[in-house]
Design a protein around this ligand. Sequence first.
Ligand SMILES: [Zn+2]
Length: 210
Amino acid sequence: MPLTPPGQTHNSEEGYIKYRCIFTPSVAPKAAQVALLNPLRTQLHRLGLIGVYSNGIGYGNISARLETSAQFIISGTQTGHLPELEPQHYSIVNRYSIYQNTVYCSGCIKASSEALTHAAVYELNPAFGVVIHVHHAGMWQRWLNVLPTTQTDIPYGTPQMANEIKRLYAETNLPEIRVLTMAGHTDGLLAFGYTGNDAFTALLKYYKEQ
Ligand SMILES: [Zn+2]
């Protein structure tokens, strides 16, 4: 029998957790923390930007920084099929290491598979408060290599993706437009901002223009 690593790690398919997840089961996040992003998450689901593919794999996720810390609340893994989330569907990322590909999270559910990508965005600027990751075939095709775009050989949810986002932030107009496409992650786009409204507005501009 192979040794079981701490947490649960999957390495193959879309939506499964690629990082080492150290999960501490606990109570659900507080309602006030969930309120930072849940109305926006519901809106994104209605637009189909967060949802579920016909094969049952969920896509899209959203997070909000807690206070001014490095901690953040993020939608839980495989929640894309749910039209509305409850506090128990969110996870708190208490700490993480991009370098070690490890996330320490707590709540009733493990953090989204792309938690480290969100962490990388929060590291860009301490003022960024909300990160949105969506999937949309039309938008992705329209904006691929037009907006700042991550390299094709970089898969989502990996330390390489975190570093690639930092590169784009330094080398492109990403600080102003705050939306990027992920060439190595079909249909995937990322938007972020100071508030939920701000991130949503940034994304909506390209949603409307697709
Ligand atoms: Zn994705």
